[in-house]
Ligand binder design. Structure first.
Ligand code: GDP
Length: 430
């Protein structure tokens, strides 16, 4: 069977920890979309790791880490990530990379930087990892697939064809040096040698595993609100962040995805530009940022401070619906223990009307939060493992949010470690 771990919001909800935890009982952990532009932070017995390409289950010896065809594969980053974890004493992981995966080229990263420079103040807040130029090329059918690295005849025809187009943009739009075709071919040969040991038909691998009754975990990157179709377009990422896309990005049957665990953080954070209705500022934001996550809310890839806000029931209800949520994992709840009162966004006021349905971007930009204050619990809830042992106000906070979003909160995470998890029954479970 397949389980998916995905985000309800803007990313950074704590998916890495939940995946890492569920990986204990999984055989294959699969990345199916996105690239090295976001990261997961994992804390375990080996230390603290920021992963950008490898799935979170890479620390177990019984799992195979899989990079599906839907991923934007940056080969040197993957290569260095494997090296960095083995350097820190983690046993060499089993890794499979799809032969249909496309490759982030050095010029994708340059185009990303040049375009953000060109846009100046109107930029998208890209992490400049080349993801948008990569996916543009994939769908413009001028991308390079891993399988093509092993076909020199194809490369010698394709490289000049692609460079002809890229070099016009480099020269006339960006006024930057042209791509050297020979150098590019050499780079692709290096990429081929780095990736060769891991390449296989991932779809076949996973379908065979499913036939044998194995458990496959799909690990999403970012969250619903960054989906190019259902998110806050154009301030979105360039590949689908929805569990449904797991079927495509890994090459598995959609009906095999039996459990969709949508991760919601107990407060909000976002990176990059775009409307963020429940956003807070000043000292209030600084304090939550400093206390948030495990060591503060700063980007795992970029180190940039995240934008902070209160829990947003409107966005999270929508985020859970689009994922097809069967279970909500409610994370980082321990962080809120310092607050006397905890504001929660329960509606959006748009043009004088209050709604609880998430609007399209042009309306979202006008939305003002309708806040409700819930009483805080004013203590440290880390270490508690039974739901009933949580303070009353803490349970009320969870149950209030569950009712607002209408999806079952079956896991509550009260600390960064694998073991910091509380399971609970929910009347919303099907
Ligand atoms: P992801 O991209 O969704 O995996 O999110 P991040 O990597 O940004 O994870 C959020 C941060 O929160 C990481 O530093 C985690 O170690 C940490 N974290 C995850 N769950 C919890 C939790 O329940 N409590 C606390 N305090 N930190 C957590």
């Amino acid at each position: 069977m397949i389980k998916a771990v995905v985000g309800a919001n803007w990313g950074d909800e704590g998916k890495g920890k939940i995946t890492d935890m569920l990986a204990e009982k999984a055989d294959y952990i699969v990345r199916f979309q996105g690239g090295a532009n976001a990261g997961h932070t994992i804390v375990n017995n080996y230390g603290k790791f920021a992963l950008h390409t490898l799935p979170s289950g890479v620390f177990y010896s019984h799992t195979t880490s899989v990079i599906g065809n839907g991923v934007a594969l940056n080969i040197p980053i993957l290569f260095n990530e494997i090296k960095s974890i083995t350097d820190q004493g983690v046993p060499t992981p089993k890794i499979a990379v799809s032969n249909r995966c496309q490759i982030v080229m050095p010029y994708h990263i340059l185009f990303d930087q040049y375009e953000e420079e060109r846009l100046g103040k109107a930029s998208f807040g890209s992490t400049k990892s080349g993801i948008a130029p990569f996916y543009s090329d994939k769908y413009a059918k001028i991308g390079f697939q891993v399988s093509e690295l092993f076909d020199d005849e194809l490369l010698s025809e394709k490289i000049p064809r692609v460079c002809a187009q890229k070099n016009v943009l480099l020269e006339h739009l960006y006024h930057k040096p042209a791509i050297d075709e020979k150098e590019l071919l050499n780079t692709l040969h290096e990429y081929r040698d780095m990736i060769a040991p891991y390449v296989c038909d991932v779809s076949l691998l996973l379908n065979n595993a499913l036939k044998e009754g194995k458990t496959v975990l799909l690990e999403g990157q970012l969250g619903t609100l960054k989906d190019p179709d259902h998110g806050i377009y154009p301030m979105v990422t360039s590949s689908s962040t929805l569990a449904a896309y797991g079927a495509i990005g890994a090459g598995v049957p959609p009906y095999e995805i039996k459990q969709i665990i949508t991760v919601c953080k107990a407060y909000s954070s976002a990176v990059g530009a775009g409307a963020f209705v429940s956003e807070i500022f000043g000292d209030e934001a600084d304090e939550l940022r400093r206390r948030g996550g495990d060591g503060g809310e700063y980007g795992a890839t970029t180190g940039r401070p995240r934008r902070m806000g209160w829990f947003d029931c409107v966005a999270s209800k929508y985020g859970c619906r689009l994922q097809g949520t069967t279970d909500v994992a409610f994370t980082v709840l321990d962080v809120l223990g310092y607050l006397d009162e905890i504001p929660v966004c329960v509606g959006y006021e748009v043009d004088g009307e209050v709604t609880t349905e998430f609007p399209v971007t042009s309306k979202l930009e006008k939305a003002k939060p309708v806040l409700k204050n819930l009483p805080g619990w004013k203590c440290d809830i880390r270490g508690i493992s039974n739901y009933d042992d949580l303070p009353e106000n803490c349970k009320n906070y969870i149950e209030f949010i569950e009712e607002q979003i209408g999806y079952p909160i079956t896991m509550v995470s009260n600390g960064p470690k694998r073991s910091d998890i509380i399971y609970r029954e929910s009347k919303y479970s099907k």
